[in-house]
Design a protein around this ligand. Structure first.
Ligand SMILES: Nc1ncnc2c1ncn2[C@@H]1O[C@H](COP(=O)(O)OP(=O)(O)OP(=O)(O)O)[C@@H](O)[C@H]1O
Ligand SMILES: [Mg+2]
Length: 399
């Protein structure tokens, strides 16, 4: 058992007696096994006057209306240091995103295990003090809406290019949880994967994290997808959110391969992203699918300047194709990555980034420019290279 600590003061908002008794049972087991307990009190509404400021506020969304989420921002002003946790029986990505957007910090299962409660209590007790003093790193997600478009290749090479500019301060993460292949592309072991890190978030500080991740010869730290699909199933959207916040507290840039599936976990990553590189190919099926993704981002109210539309495997002479793509998508294509199958396959077969085999090649130059223009300029506070007009094509590309 760990050393005994002061109990965490928890306010529960909800009307489900069953949940409360499960919570109490897990709490007393947690105190016995881990030396961290909690003093649980129920309140009827968010913001009810309390004698003691809660360290953690737990909202049972199943027994309240969703309107309670709208009250969180005001509550946050009243208790700026409280760790706001939501719980509900039927997970849904929309609910989770709604809760996170309103300012919830965390998620707890409706029938929490002792370990799950322990992890949440740890995070709640560290609360604000766990926030590092360095400015948080940027999260760049690379996604597509169709298999084989090149998200893994792009994520790896964006990370490699960033690593040259920010040595030792870049991580690349594989969030294609069921069948991620960053570990194959970079030839790194999967012994320590996303599935392991998310269960240990409470003890993740920069030095521990660096010690468990593999640093690739190209400079970036690599966090592979889980080794087996059944491990992947256990990773929740709340954990992904926690993982990315932890990583951004440790690294200046975190590049995430979210692949081509939109599920709770990848949506949590897209939501956390500062930049979202949306990859497509210059063919009709890809463009049609990309349009659907762009519509989804609009529904999710993503700032248009967060999304960077990139055509992979594009040849300069296909100018007409780009015009038609822009017309079909109703927005400019902001970047093109050249088609060079032989070089890309060589890098994949050698388990490395392009810059390790062809440091002055056109693909490496292309990734360096992409990173300078769409990530680093903004990190350093320079003027934004492009503000996207989603209604029409931008003159920048027309030039
Ligand atoms: N710019 C490029 N030029 C030539 N070939 C490329 C380029 N980008 C990717 N490829 C090829 O396309 C294939 C798919 O790339 P990659 O695995 O990165 O795509 P993905 O979107 O991650 O696919 P998956 O859906 O399997 O995860 C690879 O075989 C790679 O060689
Ligand atoms: Mg892939």
């Amino acid at each position: 058992m760990d050393q005994m600590r002061d109990p965490v003061i928890v306010h529960v908002i909800g009307r489900d007696a069953g949940f409360l008794s499960r919570l109490n049972a897990a709490a007393s087991a947690c105190e016995k096994e881990h030396g961290i307990g909690c003093r649980i009190g129920t309140v009827n509404r968010l913001g009810d006057v309390a004698k003691e400021a809660p360290q953690m506020t737990l909202i049972d969304l199943d027994s309240m209306s969703d309107a309670i989420l709208g009250q969180i921002p005001r509550y946050r002003q009243q208790f700026p240091n409280t760790w706001i946790v939501v719980t509900y029986q039927q997970p849904s990505s929309e609910r989770m995103l709604g809760a996170m957007r309103s300012g919830a910090n965390d998620f707890l299962a409706h029938a929490p295990t002792v370990e799950e409660l322990h992890a949440v209590l740890q995070r709640a007790s560290q609360g604000k003090s766990a926030v590092s003093v360095r400015p948080p790193g940027r999260i760049i997600t690379v996604c597509s809406n169709k298999g084989g478009v090149g998200t893994t290749m792009a994520a790896i090479n964006v990370a490699a290019s960033l690593s040259r500019r920010l040595p030792g301060a870049v991580a690349v993460v594989d969030l294609v949880l069921q069948h991620g292949d960053i570990s194959v592309f970079l030839d790194v072991p999967t012994t320590y994967s996303v599935a392991n890190v998310v269960t240990e978030l409470d003890r993740m500080d920069p030095s521990y994290l660096r010690s468990v991740l593999t640093q690739h010869a190209a400079g970036m730290y690599v966090l592979p997808a889980p080794h087996a699909p059944d491990e992947a199933e256990l990773v929740s959207a709340g954990q992904i959110n926690g993982l990315l916040q932890t990583l951004r507290n440790c690294f200046d840039a975190v590049v995430v391969d979210t692949g081509n599936e939109y599920n709770e976990q990848t949506l949590a990553a897209l939501d956390s992203a500062d930049k979202l590189f949306m990859l497509t190919l210059p063919d009709l099926p890809s463009i049609r699918n990309t349009k659907r993704s762009l519509e989804l981002f609009e529904r999710l109210h993503y700032d248009p300047s967060k999304v960077v539309l990139i055509v992979n495997r594009h040849d300069a002479q296909e100018k007409l194709a780009r015009d038609s793509m822009e017309e079909a998508l109703g927005r400019p294509v902001q970047w093109s990555i050249p088609n060079d199958y032989v070089t890309v396959m060589r890098s994949i077969n050698q388990g490395t980034a392009l810059q390790m085999i062809q440091p002055k090649g056109r693909l490496v130059t292309n990734f360096d420019q992409l990173v300078s223009m769409h990530i680093l300029d903004q990190v350093n506070g320079h003027a934004k290279p492009d503000s996207v007009d989603v209604r029409g094509k931008r003159s920048f590309f027309r030039r």
